[in-house]
Write a protein that binds this ligand. Sequence first.
Ligand SMILES: Nc1ncnc2c1ncn2[C@@H]1O[C@H](COP(=O)(O)OP(=O)(O)O)[C@@H](O)[C@H]1O
Ligand SMILES: [Mg+2]
Length: 231
Amino acid sequence: MNDSVLHANALTKTYGAARALAGVNVAVTRGESLAIMGASGSGKTTLLHVLAGIVAPDSGSVSFTSASGAPIEVTGQSETARSKLRRERFGFVFQQGLLIPELTAIENVALAMMVNGAKRQEATGHAAAWLQSLGLGGMEDRRIGELSGGQAQRVAIARAQVTGAELIFADEPTGALDSRTSAEVMDALLWSTTGQGRTLIVVTHDPQVAARCSRTLSMRDGAIVDAEVAA
Ligand SMILES: Nc1ncnc2c1ncn2[C@@H]1O[C@H](COP(=O)(O)OP(=O)(O)O)[C@@H](O)[C@H]1O
Ligand SMILES: [Mg+2]
């Protein structure tokens, strides 16, 4: 059995004259860490957004197979259904954490579970456990502005994981960090995803980040030009 968690077929997307995706096929295996590299403008973010059901492609399909269920055709779902899928099954980490500055670290993480219907007390308990395991014990009550860039990214990682997401999408998660902090954030990201049997798809410019993933795809002009499996 090919244990594919995500399968994309012949994806295309244009924005006016810009061809962001020019026929992309990708299969993502459950438990792998997949890096997507390529120059700025090559279509990496568009691909990530289409795979995650944030952006609808012009043509082609994406199907997601949960560990516990039948394949779901992401591209065939309504916006409401895709939104539910993203909230419940997927986790997201962006370059700037996109955390809510008025809330504390623990509130930012707990909120992700509460929007899925969890009670505050339960969500707070899970959030505390994730923050602790990502090395943020003692920082639960800090607001985001009171954390370093690397700490804020670890809060964003906790938020992406706390819902039990099976598939984590990260877009330049270390793009704003120095190399040492970047390595620490990658430790956290890999431990919390593939380390727990989850799957990670990470867009990055940084060869050091890609080198830590189990596989790298390179994009140019909206197409995958090169694929390699780490030794
Ligand atoms: N929302 C958008 N509106 C218009 N053009 C876009 C939009 N998103 C991406 N593009 C264009 O699509 C191409 C691919 O962009 P993107 O996927 O952001 O690349 P990357 O993440 O590799 O830098 C670029 O030419 C970009 O200008
Ligand atoms: Mg991008």
